[in-house]
Design a protein around this ligand. Sequence first.
Ligand code: C2E
Ligand code: CA
Ligand code: CA
Length: 708
Amino acid sequence: MAFYCYHEFKYNSDPLVMTQKNIHPQIHLKRLKTNYRLVAVLWALLIILFVTWSQQNINSEAMGLARQEAISNFNKDQAFRIWASEHGGVYVLENERTPANPYLSDVPERDVMTRSGRQLTLMNPAYMLRQMMDEYATLYGVKGRITSLKPLNPDNAPDSWEREALLAFEKGELERLEVTDINGKPYLRLIRPMVTTEGCLKCHHHQGYQVGDIRGGVGVSVPLGNYYIIAMQHKISLWLSSGVIWIFGLVAAYFFRKRGEEKVYERMEFEAHIWHRANFDSLTALSNRDLFHDRLDQAIANAKRNNLKLALLYIDLDRFKDVNDAQGHAKGDLLLQQVANRLNGCVRDADTVSRLGGDEFTVILSTIADKDAAAVVAAKILDQLSTPFELDGFIAYISTSIGITLYPDDGTSSGILLQNADAAMFKAKTEGHHTYRYFTSQMNRLAEQRVNMKLALHTAIEQSQFELYYQPVFTVKDGSLDGAEALIRWRSPEDGMVSPDQFIPIAEQTGLIIPIGEWVLQQAAKDLAYLDEVGAELKNLSINISSVQFRMRDFTSNFLRFLEHHPHLRSRLTLEMTESVFIDEQGDPGYHLGQLRKHGVRIAMDDFGTGYSSLSYLKRFPVDKLKIDRSFIQDLIGDPSDAALCETIISMGSHLSLKVIAEGVETEEQWNFLLDHGCDSAQGFLRGKPMPLAELEQFICNLKMNEN
Ligand code: C2E
Ligand code: CA
Ligand code: CA
């Protein structure tokens, strides 16, 4: 059975489904996260390194500038000192600030008198320099100092750092620097050697110095406060810009992580989609046959491990085909979806509902307490599915057949359980629909028989094991012979006479009905010709046509060609078809029926009353006869509603100018009822059972003789 399922595919985001590729996407996601964290840490380290390095640069740059300032001060001092030494010192007025230098008492002409009587005293370069340095320190903060290991002035005696520097100078070092605190403020202190020149000897020759000797050191201390402020400003902008770059890098890495994650999610979605397509039915979103087998295997394994019982229910909708054919595939699809929803509502989460295909569903009850528990669920399903379905304005009633099998009682493998459940379902179907049956071992034989029958039917066709029987049809009003219905029989060498009710459905399923139907037509043509020949003419012959046969694209044209070859059949044939033939909208049955009727073929609606919406089809499609199904005739006398139904069919038929034929008439009461209500024709065991051709010939001849 073909269904069209155009509805949207629903993405299932169950993470359990992501197990298809070699790297699990969740691992991929974890890796991305770890990588991101690693990059963030490395990036932070890099930035910290850069900032540290830059800070050091800033610091040493500040120190370099401070040193430059110290050197330029040193150079100025030096230039001044050289100048002053060359000039041998300067005479200044002797006063409080510049008293006679006691350390120069050995210098001749230390004190001189000007002509005007002013007392001048010699100020040696070192002394002048010190005074100037003091001045400079007061004005600009830069302190200068002269020191010597053999100072003339004890104030010029070196501190420990200076002493170390002076000793190093004697060994050839040229400069020493240190950062130190002076009065609680940071200073860069620079000291360079002071070399004895010609001019120095004036004051220092008595100490034994020669030109070129290192006589001491000149120190300069530059305040670092301003340099620190500038460095701090540079550092702040360094921190800010580095922070921005760090954040930018983090954002970029995060962006890449997100892109990576998106790709993984895309892959996950794609894989889930593929997995879902492979495992779920696209129409109902139930698990499909493949997944059903997986789940059943899992359930069996679980039941085995834990010593549990499980049940498998096989569910088949009894009249689905009619709805699908009559109302179109869209409504058929809708019905299946609603059935799926209701089935889901009948079971627990742990149970699995699957659609095996067509209108066949299964339910795995993964754990059941006992046998009866499965029946409770089956009854619930029957109840749920008996509520009418609303299909876009059309109300559908369906019945359901359910087969139940149990693990481990009936079987322990999924294949066997499925086969059992199917056999039990078949039993439920044949025993009256809308019911459930438990599997019994006897059913296995029946199922086996069905499989064997398929094979045997092939042989039956090859070896012509079929026969055609004829059941006479009578006019009710006067009891005269109206015609006959051809009914096929299969004489199987193994099983004897097999009823068409048993093998026609299987022939329909396997397509074997086509050659069988062909054979019936040819045989009927031959038999009718024979009856004509022997003078036992039949006015009417009814032939049953299966819907599978009628739906073959070239049925009508083939049939009309067949009529051309058998002119004696013209206007004598009635084709009996069930409702499902009339309602195959896509095949345009109305047109084909019209063609047949144009060529004198009459159409009977067989099994009338058992179908779906017979009345609406009667209006739309051209037919000539209605055959009241024998199930209504059977209970005609005992069941008032069947009586009312027959009455209605008869009167409706006469209203629509259709001939009404009753089948299965077994009693005089039934016959009289039909007579009273004006039924046109009747057939049944009462007046004539289906019989082989030779018997029919005799039957007709006897009737003729009686008439005469
Ligand atoms: P059907 O078309 O409804 O045929 C009437 C059935 O009722 C026949 O069963 C007939 O033997 C049975 N019948 C007639 N009178 C009575 C009666 O008084 N009491 C009872 N209990 N039954 C009665 P049969 O021959 O077994 O055929 C069964 C069905 O098989 C037919 O039902 C028809 O649907 C199908 N069939 C038979 N021959 C052919 C055929 O050549 N081609 C196709 N496609 N289907 C056929
Ligand atoms: Ca029939
Ligand atoms: Ca019937």
